[in-house]
Design a protein around this ligand. Structure first.
Ligand SMILES: CC(C)(COP(=O)(O)OP(=O)(O)OC[C@H]1O[C@@H](n2cnc3c(N)ncnc32)[C@H](O)[C@@H]1OP(=O)(O)O)[C@@H](O)C(=O)NCCC(=O)NCCS
Length: 468
């Protein structure tokens, strides 16, 4: 703890003043490689002008009518949010700042000897819209490692949780508690000017992301192990440190899986429950820790991030019921059984997507490369051949295809991370990247308090009375 704090301070001391405080001058630094904060600072004035121009030209134009069904139907498709990091196309899937998953797998820097993109690069891309250099990504790995340690009271808080408390509840609790040291909350209480909000928001966002592996590792070791944790290695990348904290750092394939996993789970535009919740809570100027803790509570729902746990529970039940190599007919019957008992097929369907999720495909390709003969992986493939047909025949789900959660648990189980209640915590570590990047931009652009209008059923009825 003391050593890592010393190293963190040493690293901080090496950072340019502007990078440490958010308020310093950016002049006179041409010789040093540009940090993420410096690049972000450069982009802000241009983006403020860009938004001004868009609003001046198009501000009074309508996206289209809002229907009563959308009000009752969970606001599906309602264009109501600004989110720059990624855009989701119903047919094609996610694009991060215009790049598809295969694009970023090629373009983002890798670890030495690695093949999967480093999530550090993805965060740079989400925040700036630019593919970073190797040097910039290595700098970010070092900065996150230097910021990774937890305040001791947060460690104690996690240690005091009963092992029966769901890992997501422990996760949310610990992230909320990080608000104790929020740079934004402190600066706000001291009267920071609105135009400077982005600086401490950036600092908190970096701390938030940096500290999540230590929280996740501590929860995992407390609930499933002996509670002892190795130290963060200041020379390792984010995913390598996360893997080590979980106890899988010696397995390079697992570390590679973490790099891919964190990259593809990071962001899925702004309307999903975790992303929107973070943005909404942030709009009240709650700091990034409070905002992201709220995101985590949404991610913990079974229709959202908890689906990766649900998929494994469902698969295990199926394996227990049907054995290792079930026939297609038996699998079909099992799927119908789930539907007929009024439950959803976890890992299938999506509120926006109408095709197989490319995040599913990326994980499938990883499995084909690393665990092609794994029986569980084969079972996932068999379900992929059968479940969409059953869902189509049942005729309710608008999208019968698998989503990201249909695959992740099988990969984790293969490497020995079989505690399915923990899976959503890993999703949460990753989702911080997308939420944090947008929180930085929201504060930089002076995003207002969110306050959509709600209506009662009585008001809706009255509004349309006597109208065709
Ligand atoms: C993701 C999900 C919540 C999207 O919900 P949605 O936008 O309301 O989906 P749809 O418009 O297609 O829903 C229409 C109907 O089909 C049902 N449906 C959708 N996906 C289904 C699935 N995988 N299994 C069974 N029924 C499903 C819905 O429950 C709904 O039924 P209802 O009319 O009785 O309420 C939904 O597909 C689901 O519950 N999937 C399983 C959970 C999951 O994998 N979540 C992770 C998402 S990344």
């Amino acid at each position: 703890m003391a050593a890592s704090l010393r190293a963190a301070l040493k690293y901080q001391a090496r950072l340019p003043v502007a990078s440490r405080t958010g308020f310093g001058s950016l002049r006179g630094m041409a010789s040093k490689p540009q940090t993420l904060k410096e690049r972000f600072a450069e982009l802000i004035p241009k983006e403020i002008e860009n938004v001004k121009a868009i609003r001046a030209e198009h501000g009074k134009k309508a996206f289209g009518p809002v229907t009563v069904d959308q009000v009752y139907g969970g606001m599906r498709g309602l264009p109501a949010l600004l989110w720059d990091g990624s855009v989701l196309d119903a047919e094609e899937g996610i694009r991060f700042r215009g790049h598809t998953i295969p694009d970023i797998q090629k373009a983002l820097p890798k670890a030495p000897g690695g093949q999967e993109p480093l999530p550090e690069g993805l965060f740079w891309l989400l925040l700036t819209g630019e593919i970073p250099t190797e040097e910039q990504v290595r700098g970010l790995s070092a900065e996150w490692a230097a910021r990774a340690s937890l305040p001791s009271f947060v460690e104690e808080l996690i240690d005091r949780c009963p092992s029966t408390l769901h890992p997501m509840s422990q996760f949310s609790l610990a992230v909320t508690a990080l608000n104790h040291d929020s740079a934004f909350a402190k600066a706000y209480s001291e009267g920071i000017s609105k135009k400077d909000y982005w600086g401490p928001t950036f600092e908190d966002s970096m701390d938030l992301i940096a500290k999540l592996p230590a929280i996740a590792g501590r929860i995992y070791r407390n609930v499933y192990g002996d509670g002892k944790l190795p130290a963060i290695d200041l020379n390792k990348d984010y995913s390598a440190n996360l893997s080590t904290l979980l106890g899988f750092g010696d397995n390079e394939a697992f570390v590679e899986l973490m790099r891919l996993y964190i990259t593809i789970h990071s962001d899925h535009e702004g309307g999903n429950v975790s992303a929107h919740t973070g943005k909404l809570v942030g709009s009240a100027l709650s700091d990034p820790f409070l905002s992201f803790a709220a995101s985590l509570n949404g991610l913990a729902g079974p229709l959202h991030g908890l689906a990766n746990q649900e998929v494994l529970v469902w698969l295990m039940k199926m394996k227990k019921q049907l054995g290792e190599n079930p026939s297609d007919d038996a699998v079909r019957e099992y799927i119908w059984g789930t539907l007929n008992s009024g439950q959803v097929i976890p890992g299938y369907g999506h509120a926006v997507l109408r095709k197989t999720d490319p995040r599913y495909t990326a994980q499938r390709e990883f499995a084909q490369k690393h665990l092609p003969t794994d029986p569980f992986f084969k079972m996932v493939g068999q379900i992929y051949d059968i479940a969409p047909k059953v869902l189509l025949e049942a005729g309710k789900a608008k999208n019968p295809w698998p989503n990201v959660d249909a695959h992740s648990g099988v990969l984790l189980t293969y490497y020995g991370l079989s505690q399915m209640q923990f899976y959503t915590v890993l999703f949460g570590v990753s989702r911080a990247f997308g939420v944090a990047a947008q929180l930085c931009w929201d504060r930089a652009l002076g995003a207002p308090l969110e306050r959509p209008k709600s209506y009662s059923s009585a008001a809706i009825k009255k509004m349309f009375e006597g109208k065709p």
